[in-house]
Design a protein around this ligand. Structure first.
Ligand SMILES: Nc1ncnc2c1ncn2[C@@H]1O[C@H](COP(=O)(O)OP(=O)(O)OP(=O)(O)O)[C@@H](O)[C@H]1O
Ligand SMILES: [Mg+2]
Length: 247
């Protein structure tokens, strides 16, 4: 179980003025649930995910993972405790092949081609074409994103955080990926936090958390939240509206 208690994150400019990025976020995610974080660009979703992974240190609050206070643990320690995170914009690793990356992720010395193939197929890639490719700039944005997701699946973590897994991914691979999330969810083999703007992914969630302006704006089931999101987005930009009517 993951518990976030009153998480805050602020940065300070050169004059010492505080910019609050996250403000008093508290939530509990029970084991094997699929939770979607959604909300407007710049709302704080990625920062929150990075705080859970230990890539960013919160300036307030506490994080408990399976009852253990992990607030001050780094990424490596949290990874060992079973937490993994897929970047919104994955890094590339010159000199490391897709096969190496899957091996590193799985934490084993050997990984059969069949096993690699299983992970890559889940993201719509063929092992024959990709296993010996380097994870460098020669891969397209969508390919590198899918390879990173495959490496998270290979890690087999208890908590997997995916930051906009749909970004840059074609429709066929997206359908495959959605099936994979559904399957993990159905078998109850891991907890997933998926940051997403996609209705198809939001509709899979046990709980949807709408993060905006650094706070939780709404939370609830997909059936309850989707109509609220649509109503919000139809509200439009306050600068472009006057007296509630769109200009
Ligand atoms: N270190 C920092 N210094 C200044 N501003 C920051 C810093 N980190 C994050 N921010 C700001 O905090 C806000 C939240 O960023 P974050 O990346 O968490 O948003 P997001 O909800 O993931 O957005 P998107 O949907 O575009 O991915 C943004 O306005 C971002 O510019
Ligand atoms: Mg983001």
């Amino acid at each position: 179980m993951l518990e976030l208690k009153h998480i805050g994150y602020s940065v300070y400019d050169e004059n010492g003025a505080e910019l609050r990025i996250l403000n008093d976020i508290s939530l509990t995610i029970p084991d094997n649930k699929l939770v979607v974080f959604t909300g407007p660009n710049g709302g704080g979703k990625t920062t929150l995910a990075k705080i859970i992974m230990g890539l960013v240190q919160p300036t307030a609050g506490q994080i408990l993972w399976n009852g253990q206070d992990v607030t001050h643990l780094g990424i490596t320690e949290r990874a060992k405790l079973g937490i993994s995170y897929g970047f919104q914009q994955p890094p590339r690793f010159k000199g490391i092949t897709v096969h190496d990356l899957l091996l590193l992720s799985a934490g084993t010395e050997k990984l059969s081609k069949d096993r690699c193939c299983q992970y890559l197929t889940k993201v719509g890639l063929c092992a024959n074409d990709y296993l010996d490719r380097e994870v460098d700039v020669s891969l397209s944005g969508g390919e590198v994103k899918r390879i990173e997701i495959a490496s998270i699946l290979a890690r087999n973590s208890q908590l997997m955080i995916f930051d906009e897994p749909e970004a840059g991914i074609d429709l066929w691979s997206f359908a495959r990926l959605t099936e994979t999330f559904e399957q993990i969810h159905r078998t109850g083999s891991a907890t997933m936090i998926i940051i997403s703007h996609q209705e198809r992914i939001i509709s899979l969630a046990d709980e949807v958390i709408v993060v905006g302006d650094g706070s939780i704006r709404h939370r609830g089931s997909a059936a309850d939240i989707l109509p609220q999101i649509l109503a919000d987005t139809l509200g439009g930009c306050p600068v472009l509206t006057k007296g509630g009517a769109a200009l």
